[in-house]
Design a protein around this ligand. Structure first.
Ligand code: G6Q
Length: 539
């Protein structure tokens, strides 16, 4: 595996810094030509990437390729897929694990990490048997009726990716099957879902890799209480997806149990059983395999060294260009597809939890920027909300647009000679060009500076296959950037501190009569004081 070195020590870093003093001007009519649109595009596993509207030229692209080569990103990616222990910080206590989410979909040919892929195959078989038992009427409710609904209880990686995928593919749902999600420990999240559901025909899929997450265990109890109150036996309705040996690894308590393995990180787990059980129930086993197939094809495409033939790598390099050389703080991900309404939220976790780091893989502080703030909403809704700032605000916000040539459902209509899908794609292309080109105007209020860099990802249609490919595209993009920044993209120590403080406050709340006289010092005392000031203590 290539050595992990800081980005600013790679020779191409200095080249790119020099090039960043004279970046191409996208508002120059001689620059953004049909020829440029034609030549600055790339293709991997069903997705085109159009990037003529990025502030790059041939020298910048060559230097970015050199950066990828010098950083050994493809060697590191291959090592990751083969099971190298990459989730670690040298010389410091860390998770010290392999990173093998790609093994979840490496089931269609010679696998890179046969042992991990073998475990995936065993879980897929268990899932196929479970789905078959439901279809054949071997698994029914107390009255012999089929199950129609499933509640997925989980949070973070056990919620965002699976939920984004379900919403993206709900158009392909099996007749009469519906999924609901409970993530937040806010009781209103769970109670709102439970209201109006026929629990007798509902399965509950409790998903927690650790089996210890406060929100998930609390929500499991909330839902269980509702089942018991309705006279139903939770053991006939509840499923578990958890880590081997976790406190939830107790098959006697659940109708069926599935495993997520140690080497699959939560935010990279949507194609494991974390997403698989719910997606298999909703869409059928075949559609779930199609998701895996698309992801596998993109994983393979991401092994290509030449960035202009590797969309995830190219997108990663363009992101590094905008972040480290043009110093852009945020990245808007803007899907022109209603199905992708929660995909940006998933990427927000996958990207920001992976690359929101400030020490390198040797535990040393970093002196360059790492992950940007990722945000966004589906278009065209966003156009009527925050695009004003993107076009005319003082911050320059790079954007990644995602679009499809065809929509998912039948029944589109013609209004003024165009379909709704045509209206959607026309807006998508128009925004990409408008941000780049800007507009000259005497009236300063109607002047658009342009030079807002953006890329456009396009596929034919949002299907299980293309959704799998898109998910894997972004996962690979994120890990490529992490390799270049020389950070560990696979841990999440930054979420611990708040959790620890919250559990101390809960201790206070649980025993607050006795704690009323608490006169401790430091953070505990401050927490207790804040609770009192905020009016959250029982008087
Ligand atoms: C993701 C994180 C985190 C995790 C949740 C849920 O990479 O590790 O978001 O997925 O905290 O954890 P459990 O699945 O263990 O409940």
């Amino acid at each position: 595996m290539a050595p992990s070195t800081d980005l600013d020590t790679l020779p191409a870093f200095a080249t790119l810094q020099a090039l960043s003093h004279q970046v191409p001007d996208l508002t120059d009519p001689a620059l953004l030509t049909p020829d440029r649109l034609q030549s600055l595009r790339s293709h991997s596993a069903g997705f085109d990437l159009f990037y003529a509207t990025q502030r790059v030229d041939e020298s910048i692209l060559a230097a970015l390729q050199a950066l990828a080569d010098q950083g050994g990103v493809i060697e590191q990616f291959l090592a990751m897929k083969k099971g190298a222990v990459m989730n670690r910080i040298e010389g410091w206590p860390s998770e010290n694990r392999q990173v093998l989410h790609t093994a979840c979909r490496d089931v269609f040919g010679a696998p890179h990490a046969p042992e991990a892929t073998g475990q995936t195959e065993a879980e897929l078989k268990k899932l196929a048997d479970f789905l078959d038992d439901l279809d054949q009427g071997r698994l029914t409710n107390e009255q012999g009726q089929p199950f129609t609904d499933m509640i997925q209880v989980g949070i973070g990686g056990s919620d965002l990716g699976p939920r984004a995928l379900y919403l993206a593919l709900a158009a392909y749902s099996r007749q009469g099957r519906q999924i609901h999600f409970i993530a937040n420990v806010d009781p209103d999240d769970g109670l709102a879902v439970l209201k109006g559901l026929d629990l007798s025909r509902t399965l509950v899929n409790v998903v927690s890799k650790s089996g210890t997450t406060l929100e998930t265990l609390t929500n499991e109890e909330l839902v269980k209480a509702a089942f018991i109150q309705a006279g139903l036996d939770p053991a006939r309705h509840f499923l578990a997806v958890t880590g081997q040996g976790s406190p939830m690894d107790d098959p006697a308590k659940y109708l069926r149990s599935f495993y997520i393995y140690d080497y699959i990180g939560g935010r990279y787990s949507a194609t494991s059983m974390v997403g698989g059980v719910m997606l298999g129930f909703a869409l059928g086993a075949e559609n779930f395999r199609e998701i895996l197939h698309g992801a596998r094809d993109m994983d393979r495409a991401a092994e290509e060294r030449e960035s202009r033939r590797n969309v995830p790598l190219l997108l990663a390099l363009l992101g590094i260009w905008n972040r480290n050389f043009l110093h852009r703080e945020t990245l808007a991900i803007l899907p022109y597809s209603q199905g992708l309404c929660r995909f940006t939220a998933h990427l927000q976790q996958c990207d920001m939890e992976s690359n929101g780091k400030s020490c390198n893989r040797q535990g040393k502080p970093l002196f360059y920027q790492t992950g940007p703030v990722v945000w966004g909403e589906p278009g065209t809704n966003g156009q009527h909300a925050f695009y004003q700032l993107m076009h005319q605000g003082t911050a320059v916000i790079p954007a990644e647009f995602i679009g499809f040539r065809a929509n998912q459902y039948d029944g589109d209509i013609l209004v003024k000679k165009t379909t709704s899908q045509e209206k959607l794609t026309a807006n998508l292309l128009a925004q990409s060009l408008a941000l780049a080109l800007g507009r000259q105007h005497d009236n300063p209020n109607r002047f658009f500076a342009g030079n807002r860099p953006n890329s456009l990802l396009m596929a034919d249609r949002l299907t299980p296959y293309s959704m799998g490919a898109l998910l894997a595209l972004y996962e690979a993009k994120i890990v490529f950037q992490g390799f270049l920044w020389n950070i560990n993209s696979f841990d999440q120590e930054g979420v611990q501190l708040g959790k620890i403080l919250a559990s101390r406050l809960l201790d206070h709340m649980a025993g607050q009569q006795e704690d009323a006289q608490y006169d401790g010092s430091g953070t505990d005392a401050l927490g207790w004081a804040l609770m009192q000031i905020a009016g959250l203590t029982k008087s």
